[in-house]
Design a protein. Structure first.
Length: 529
């Protein structure tokens, strides 16, 4: 699927980008993402801008995922030799430019050694909002290949790759596109779900801030395959830097003829715009998202019909997570087998993991499906801080639960990691050491679900705060064995009878705690028995 009209048009764009490429002697890359901004990255950018010699070029990039090392600066000299500096301060700019500062990349090398980066490979290296930089590094090749094929051929490629959604449900991406395309008439819509409102998850923001054009490219491919004429990028209301860089990338794509009419001479037309979310965890649920886009309350809809049949404005609508779409350009540029050869027989490709908590190297890691939690926490994350020991892992966010040390060799796979309700979800892993009580974590997850419930359905509205109250009774020493029975019952009812995905998983922190930490709960319950 190469050598056609679209590929030829892209080659012309690449040639123009190469001609415009600065011929400066030294390239200084300062990583500035939402993580590094909190530790002074903006001041570092300004310090380098003031101190930079005339023969050097300053590049502002997104974060490469090594959040523990932020702010990160990489200097590439005329010979192509790179030096990486971590935890840079504004005061260090002069020493780095003069060559007198020691580079500090050993710890970062350990962080990246166990990763396989397909979606994040350019994050932290490219100018986040420079289309020429992205195209010069192979960007939009997947789109050109797709446009030189038929939509049906693109769908078959994606289905053959084994790509599943990366937002938590893991529905096959190609099947979803096929379903929307089968819906007769027009218009059809595509929505990039970048709401990402749950605690402990920060992958989509890194993608939008580090490689925003990759997300634009993936969205165009999905829209083309699905027969979509209009696409939206739905971004969390608080993710300001993500929204800014996505908007700049969309604008640049229009200017270059990668959006709008007759994209790359293919005859395909697509409109794309950025829309801010309404705020709240429940907005990540796809039908709630659609309601907010239409100006209604942030509440889920009854399903069926599913969005691929009747979604935005009652038209067929594809809703894909940002990470899902960011995986598509690799598939279309390198072929389905290049993606399918990674991971396991039943779980293809890579997964981005948001790693935080008690680890020496917290950040964003992209690893093959099937990688174990132990490898993620110890090999990538470096294990617990000195003097402390790991006690448990909170995996998958508030819709999941907590695993004990005995489950650390569990591989990451789509869906449930354990029948008690622990699931991979969007890919959050929070390491818990001996300083934090596991039940405190469970209580926090349950309380978050209760606070974020939209209140539309009775099981979730009434059941989630009641579960929190029962946990509080047990932890205060006032609980009893009957409270444990009620907890178990409520968790089952909330999960089975709630309307949307938030409620249907809100009992998971409780069910996982009862399974793995039941003895601790029973000891609390017997105090007053």
């Amino acid at each position: 699927m190469s050598g056609g009209v679209a590929v030829e048009a892209l080659d012309r764009l690449r040639a123009s980008a190469e001609r415009r490429k600065p011929s400066t002697a030294t390239r200084v890359v300062v990583q500035q993402g939402h993580c590094s901004q909190s530790v002074g990255a903006a001041d570092v950018v300004e310090a380098f801008r003031d101190a930079l010699p005339d023969d050097a070029r300053l590049v502002v990039a997104g974060c490469d995922g090594a959040c523990f090392d932020a702010p990160v600066v990489t200097v590439t000299d005329p010979a192509g030799e790179k030096r990486r500096f971590g935890r840079v301060t504004a005061e260090a700019a002069g020493a780095i430019l003069s060559g007198s500062a020691p580079h500090t990349d050993d710890t970062a090398q350990e962080f990246f050694a166990g990763q396989r980066r397909l979606t994040l490979d350019l994050s932290g290296e490219l100018d986040s909002t420079d289309l020429d930089d992205y195209i010069s590094h192979g960007g939009y090749r997947g789109l050109a290949n797709a446009l030189d094929a038929t939509p049906e051929e693109v769908i078959e490629q994606v289905k053959a790759s084994g790509l599943r959604g990366r937002g938590g449900a893991y529905f096959p991406a190609g099947v979803k596109w096929e379903s929307a395309r089968a819906g007769g008439g027009s218009p059809r819509y595509l929505v990039v779900n970048a709401e990402e409102g749950e605690p402990g998850i920060f992958k989509d923001r890194h993608l939008m801030e580090g490689v925003p054009h990759r997300l634009v490219e993936g969205a165009i491919i999905a829209a083309y395959a699905s027969g979509v004429e209009e696409a939206y990028v739905y971004i969390n209301a608080e993710a300001n830097l993500s929204a800014e860089r996505m908007q700049q990338s969309v604008d640049q794509a229009y200017t270059a003829g990668l959006l709008g009419d007759d994209i790359l001479g293919s005859g395909y037309n697509l409109k794309m715009s950025v829309q801010r979310g309404a705020g709240g965890y429940v907005c990540g649920e796809e039908t709630t998202l659609l309601n907010t886009m239409e100006g209604y309350r942030r509440e889920p809809r009854l399903r069926p019909p599913f969005p691929t049949v009747s979604g935005l404005r009652a038209r067929p609508t594809v809703i894909n997570n940002a990470e899902t779409l960011a995986s598509v350009p690799f598939i279309m540029a390198n072929g389905a087998s290049a993606f399918a050869d990674i991971g396991t027989d039943d779980a293809k490709g890579t997964k981005i993991i948001s790693l935080s908590g008690s680890v020496r190297r917290p950040g964003l890691a992209e690893v093959p499906m099937g990688t174990t939690l132990r490898q993620i926490v110890l090999d990538v994350g470096g294990g617990p801080h000195e003097g402390h020991t790991l006690a448990a892992l909170a995996v998958g966010g508030p819709s999941s639960g907590v695993l004990p040390l005995s489950m650390f060799d569990t591989p990451i796979l789509p869906g449930l990691l354990h029948d008690s309700g622990v699931m991979l979800g969007a890919g959050g892993v929070i390491a818990i050491d001996e300083r934090v009580g596991v039940l405190d974590v469970v209580r926090g997850l349950a309380a978050y679900n209760a606070a974020e419930s939209c209140g539309k359905c009775t099981p979730c509205r009434e059941g989630t705060p009641r579960m929190v109250a029962l946990v509080d009774r047990l932890m205060s020493g006032e609980g009893s064995a009957s409270d444990l029975d009620e907890l178990r019952y409520l968790a089952e009812v909330v999960n089975s009878a709630s309307l949307c995905g938030l409620g249907q998983a809100a009992g998971n922190p409780i069910t996982s705690a009862l399974h793995f930490f039941g003895d601790e709960l029973k000891s609390l319950a017997t105090r007053n028995s």
